[in-house]
Design a protein around this ligand. Structure first.
Ligand code: 8YV
Length: 312
């Protein structure tokens, strides 16, 4: 019999395509529709994306639940504590997206300091023949602060070394194998750098970690780049800091409310925005879909899962 899986939210088409070769995928659907679904009691697997919400109520609707497979490295929308209580495993897709997310972090650093979107628009609008563009800000040599020194943080640091950027970071603990300066407190880190880049997991532990005080510490020549989760920054405080010159600019790929960032962010000249595309290349999304599917295949084959989340 073809196993039925529940999609927690609309899934990436590459993930759906990979799953449909072996499984029947239902959902996303309302709680009431799920409770009435004829396959509900047989469903062992929830398939999810990095931004999906998988609350306890969804898990508890599925008495046979064994696995939540997330196509994404972040899984802050999954109630992992409840999954563990229910005896279900959670898997994610680490490593395969490190390069892309780190590339985008560097791209946003360059875009906001060198004002690439404005330069592009300047040429397109035929302004070039009328005179030059105002000078921009040099990125190479800027002091970089990285919030979160996991696999992607290290990939960003590796790239930033080629830009001659001295690197400091904050994380839960110092990593003695890395040649970068550890600063325990994020406000102290912000006061020591020109470019603060966020690549820490979302969730309650990092909610609004970047607040008005951190932005003040970053200062009027400081920039912030966020490729983590929107929840890590107090977005209202960020808007105020950008409007009043408390910091110089921001490059943002993630937002507190996706897909509708605060309207003020849409019109500011010192902000570069991208629509949560850190891992959005053909090659990487395919690798993520394959890994998320491989975890599900292993579950049904009774084999050890490839990439369980650390809590499991
Ligand atoms: C994607 C992400 O947006 O991996 C993550 O945590 O945020 C992104 O790569 C998403 O997970 C794709 O399903």
């Amino acid at each position: 019999m073809t196993p039925t899986l529940l999609a927690a939210s609309p899934l990436n088409p590459l993930f759906v395509k990979a799953l449909q070769t072996k499984y029947s995928v239902i959902g996303p659907m309302s709680h009431d529709a799920l409770m009435a679904h004829p396959d509900r009691e047989l469903i062992e697997v929830i398939a999810a994306g990095g931004e999906s919400k998988v609350p306890a109520s969804m898990m508890d609707a599925l008495p046979a639940l064994k696995l939540i497979s997330v196509m994404g490295v972040g899984y802050d929308g999954v109630d992992v504590g409840h999954a563990i209580q229910r005896g279900a495993m959670v898997t994610h897709t680490p490593n395969v997206l490190n390069d892309d997310v780190a590339d985008l972090a560097i791209a946003l650093m360059l875009s906001v300091t060198r004002r690439i979107p404005q330069a592009h628009q300047f040429v397109r609008a035929g302004e070039w023949a009328k005179g030059g563009l105002p000078l921009a800000t040099k990125l190479s040599g800027m002091r970089l602060g990285i919030v979160g020194m996991g696999r992607i943080g290290q990939a960003i640091a590796h790239r930033a070394e080629a830009f001659g950027m001295p690197i400091a970071y904050t994380a839960r603990s110092a990593k003695s194998n890395l040649p970068y300066t550890f600063v325990a407190d994020i406000e102290a880190l912000a006061s020591q750098v020109d470019m603060l880049t966020l690549i820490t997991p979302g969730g309650a532990g990092t909610h609004h970690m970047v607040n008005a005080a951190v932005l003040k510490a970053l200062g009027p020549k400081g920039y912030i780049v966020n490729v983590a989760r929107g929840s890590v920054i107090d977005e209202a405080a960020l808007v105020e800091a950008l409007q009043t010159g408390v910091i110089a600019g921001a490059g943002l790929d993630v937002f507190e409310n996706e897909p509708t960032p605060l309207p003020a962010l849409l019109t500011m000249d010192n902000v570069v925005l991208t629509p949560h595309v850190g891992s959005a290349t053909d090659a990487t999304r395919q690798a993520m879909a394959d890994l998320a599917t491989a975890n599900i295949n292993r579950h049904f084959a009774g084999e050890p899962l490839e990439t369980p989340v650390p809590e499991c």
